[in-house]
Design a protein around this ligand. Sequence first.
Ligand code: ZN
Length: 747
Amino acid sequence: MSVHRKILEKSGRLESLQQQQQQQIPNVQCQEIDQQKWLEKQDEEVVKNIEEYQQYNSINNIRSTCRVFPRTKEMYMEAKIPFAVIIQPYGQSIKQGFPCVNYGSNPIMRCQNCRAYINPFMERMKDEEYLRCNICTCMIKIPKNFLQPEDLDKRADLCTGSYDIKAGQEYQMRPPMAPAYFFMIDVSSKSEGILGIMGQIIKDMIVEDKFNERTLFGFITYDTNIHLYNFNSKLKQVQMYVLTDDNDMPTPGDYLFNLQESKDIIVAFLNQLSVLFPKPKEKSTQFIAALNLTQKIMQDNGGKLIILTSYPIKELNITENQKSPLNHFQPTNNILKQICEKMHLNYICPSIFIVPAGFNNVGTLNQLVKYLNGDMFYYDDLTICTQRFYYDFLGVLGKDYTWESVFRIRLSIGWKIKCIYGNYTVKNADLLNVTCTEDQKVLMYELELNQPRAPYDNLYIQTALLYTSNNGERRIRVHNICIPITNSIKTIYSQIDQPCLAISLYKIALSQLNIAKDVKDCIQTKDFLIAATRSISNNCKLFKEPLDSLHSYMLGIMKSQILHYNFDQLSVLTDYINYQRSIYQYLNVDELVTYIVPQLYNISDLKEQECIYDDSGYFIYPQSISLVLEEVSNGGLLLMDCGNYLILFICKIHDENQMADIFGKHYQNMNLVEDNLYSNSQNPINDKLYYLLNELRNNKYTKYAPLYIVKQGSKTRWEELFFQNLIYDDFNKNYRMGYNQFVQYIG
Ligand SMILES: [Zn+2]
C-alpha cells in the first residue's frame, strides 16, 4: 500500500478499503425473487468479488474512479461519472522491488491473439495444458517443455498483479541504450547562485558512484553564446568551444562521454563550474539554438536532458498569428513543439528548472514537458530558490528512470479507450512514448463500452511498459487489475473512490481548459465541474449513498487559483499558475489531493505514539483537523500541508512556554525561519515536528516543500494563504463559499 494512501487513511481523509467494504456490503436477505431483489443479490456477489480479486489487483499502481463498472451504455450515461483509471506505468517503488519472470531462451508466453502477457486472472483449464486469456478469451497453450504444471502456482506472473518480464532480442530495435544525462545550463547572471550547487551535487554523486559504468554525460552552457565541452579521456583538461554563428555545427554524438572513462576530467570541470563565468552576462539568448544542438548531440542515444533556464527566451514570445489576443494561457507558438517531434523519436526526456527573471513563458516551455513526458521545477520564491533547487536537482539525478520506454494498455472485450490524459506522444496506434518515466508519474485513461452491453462479468486491464533498465536490460513491467461489472447503479455509487473521482474530474476539466481558445472558457470549465458534481450528488441522494468527501474535494477544486486567474499579464504569477497546470498533468492522486484540500495538524497537541515509525516501518501521522477557523480560535501551533509548500501557524492563543521551547525564548520578536525550529533538540515536539516535515516532504514530487512560519496577525501573504486554505470556511475571495453553503448550492 502506498505510504501516502496510508497517511490519508490514518488521518481519516480516506476510508480504508476494508472500512469501505464493511460499510458498503449490503446485508440483503433475498427472500422474494423479483427483478430488483435479484439484481441486488447479484450485486452482493459483485461486491464480494472485489475483495476476492484484491489479492491480484495492482492497487498501488492502478486507481479507478469506481471499483465496479457499469453493465450497459445506458447505465454508463446515467451514472454521470467518468469511468477512468489513473495508472503509474512504472509503479510505486517498493522495498523488495518487483518480481521478475525470465523465460530464458524461450519466447515470452503471450496470448497469440491479443498479445496479452500471462497473468493471475487467466483461467487455468482442467487439463492444465491451456490458459484462457482474460483479455480476449482465446486459449493459450502451455508449452510442456519449459513450463511444468507444478510451476504454475509459483510463477510471479500467475500469482501477483505487478511484475517484470525479461525481454529478449525481439523486444529491441537496437542494442539497449546507455543511461545518459545531458546538461543544458543557462550561465547568465540569474543562474549565478545555482551553478555551484549544481556542480557540487553532480560531483558528489559521481564520486559516490551513483551512476553505473555505462552512463554517459555531456554538457552545454549558454548565455549570448553557446559553449560546448570536450571531455575526451585522453585530454589533460576539458576543452571548451565557444560557438558563434560562424562556427560549423559539431559532429553529433561526439559530445556524450562515458562517465567512468572521463570521470576525472568531468569532476575537474564541475569543480570549476561556479567560477567558469566570473562576470556572467545579463542575458542568455541562445536557448533555442542550444536546444537544437542538444537534440543533435543526443539523437543517437537518447536520455535525460536536464535544462536550467533563467533569462526569458525571445523566440518563445513571437506570435505566429498577431490577430489572436495574447492571454498567456496557451503556448505562444510551436517552435518547441517542432523540436519535440524530433526529440520524442530520439527518446529524449527533459527536466526543466526555471529561475524566473520576469516572464519566462512557462505555458510555452511546458510543450517540452507535455510531448516528452518531462517535468518542471519552477522557483517563484527567489529567497528559497537555492534550497529548493538543491533537493529537486538531487531528486531528478537520483531517480530510477525507464530508458527508451513505451507504454500501452489492453482491455478485455467490450471496452475501449475513450481518452488519455497526461504527458506522452503517440508512437503508433495505442502505443505511447513515455520515455524516462519513473515511480511517481501517472497517465489517466478514460474508458467506455464499445458495445451496448458488457458481454462479460469483469473488465480486465493489463498495462505494459517496455523499457531499458539502468544496467541495460530490456524489461516489460506489467500491472493487472480486474474491475467487476455491475447491473446496479446503486452499487456504482457505493464503490466510488472519491479522491480518484475528484482528481479525474479535475484532470478532465483542466484538459478542456488546456485546449480552450479563450481564457473565458474558465467559466465553462467551472460550469462543467459544478454540473458534474451536481449530477453525481443528486444520484447519490437518490440511492442513499453518502459522498461527503467528494464535496470537500470539489469545493477545494472550485477554489483553486487556476480556475480564477485571468492569464492576461506577462508576470511571474502567470508563469506560476501555468506551472501548476503543468504538474497537475503528472502528479499522482494521493499527492494531488493535498494541493486541493490541504492537511492541517495540531502540533501543540501531538500524542506520544504519533510522528514515529511503527514496527513495520510505517510513519504514524497525527490525526488531521478540520479546515475551519474554529481550529485557529482553539489556539496552539498548526501545521498546514498545502502540496508544494507548508505553513506553520502560531495562533494568537498559545502556550508561551511551549512556543519558547520550540522556537527559542525570543520567538515573539524574531523573524522565524525553519532553522529556529531545531535550536533545542531536547524538545520532544521539535523532534516530532522534524520527523513529520521530513515525511511529508519525502512523499512529494518536489522534494523540498518550503516551510513558512506565520504568526497570527502578521498580515503576510502566507497568513492570507493560510486562511484561504481553510477551505471549509469562506475566506477565498475568488470563491466565497463555505462547505455547508457549497453542499446546499450543489443541491
Ligand atoms: Zn488474448
